[in-house]
Design a protein around this ligand. Sequence first.
Ligand code: ADP
Ligand code: ADP
Ligand code: MG
Length: 490
Amino acid sequence: MKINKIVIANRGEIALRIIRSAKEMGIKTVAVYSEADRLAMHVRYADEAVFIGEAPSASSYLDIDKILKAAKDTNAEAIHPGYGFLSENANFAQKVKDAGLIFIGPSAESIKVMGSKLGAKESASKFNVPMVPGSGKALSNISEAKETAKKIGFPVLIKASAGGGGKGMRIVEKEEEFEEQVQRASSEAKSAFGDGSVFIEKYISSPKHIEIQILGDQYGNIVHLFERECSIQRRYQKVVEEAPSPVVTPEIRAAMGKAAIEVASSCNYYSAGTVEFIMDENKNFYFLEMNTRLQVEHPVTESISGVDLVKEQIKVAQGEKLSFTQNDLTIRGHSIELRVYAEDPTNDFLPDIGTITHYKKPQGPGIRVDDGFEAGMEIPIYYDPMIAKLTVSAENRETAIARMIRAIDEYEITGVQTTLAFGKFVMQHKAFIDGSFDTHFVKDYFKPEYLNDKLSEEENMLVALLAGEVLKEKKLNVNRENQISNWRKR
Ligand code: ADP
Ligand code: ADP
Ligand code: MG
């Protein structure tokens, strides 16, 4: 069925991203917005906009009934959930379907299976997908669990089955701490995710996070669109992502791609999805989890594959077959994304909320900026403090790194601290350049004082004065050169 109008159940850059693809397909768009987003760009950019409630997400972007009503009231046929918010809520996907609407994403059943990390492992075990050594099931008997942990060997990682967004994980270094940590992890998981199930995984000491983008239609065809390297993280959350990975060989890529397609087919997956793996220092990879939605870092994959993932999601939701096979897909060049957060890297990457007083984005060849802010706008405290995603594309990794540095230098944001300078630090670091970095990059190499070359007001004045002098001198030289050359020409 051809979709004519879509409600975007999200905000910020991802809402704009989805509206853009819909517009190119001739599809009308409806934005929803909370009190905090009255002046937001996604509201102005959509064809229609519906107010859905107070600023806290529970009263607006997480309110299923209000979003369904917005779709009914505007005669939309489909809902795109974006990422975060309701995107991985199986109940929401089911209610959308029950209301006679199309959910632009996988089936409620697939979301349910993969929404639980343990359910995902069980589903994937139908195939020979490599798993991180661990308990494989929820911990119920503490002495039995301790035996498992000893067998795996400390340190171990306790994880919440329902966890996400880097939350719900605890490292246990010693046997003596085990029992207490399990209890704490379980009660935290219960209050954060409404499900206290926790399990153990071997703690991989020097891991790389590498994930595979997959895309499937409703007829059982599934392809993968190669890997993304996402090891530069803080708080178990990604900040820099790239495609392809500098350490993945064609053989590993083929094996990971095959495993990812198996994970997806184990739950009859369709639409876009991501299968996450962890890779140890010997390049063994293990299945971590599957994210049943569009991922924040999808632009790097769009760049190297030439596929618009949002358009593909919409086509699949309309019941179309994939128009290409695995053999049609090739990697073109290299792409790197930096998540520009309103965070202070010199203060443990804590959010730095405020008003953006000046904003100028980089331009030129190979640059894509997905953002939702303009100068004068405030970053609301209620939501994720991401300002923008800066994505660069080039013919190879070396040029992409140089381009990212150039783009960071061009980017002007004042009023809040951002991850821009940290991004430049990463691009210039030897371990990033040679590809040897792992998920401990920040802990191992980064110190706040590396960015503390911020100048005082007085120093800035002095620099400006000096620059003025230099410029004057340069002009004089230029003029002199011109005069000379003009002389000669005559
Ligand atoms: P991605 O997984 O797409 O690489 P993130 O891990 O940053 O990126 O997650 C995307 C968004 O979803 C973020 O805004 C994050 O805070 C949110 N998110 C993911 N999982 C959960 C969860 N279980 N509970 C709350 N928010 C979540
Ligand atoms: P989430 O749902 O929060 O995204 P993941 O299972 O994807 O949870 O893990 C998030 C991050 O935590 C990974 O990218 C990696 O940095 C770290 N991590 C997860 N499992 C392990 C493990 N077994 N050993 C070491 N680090 C891990
Ligand atoms: Mg994850």
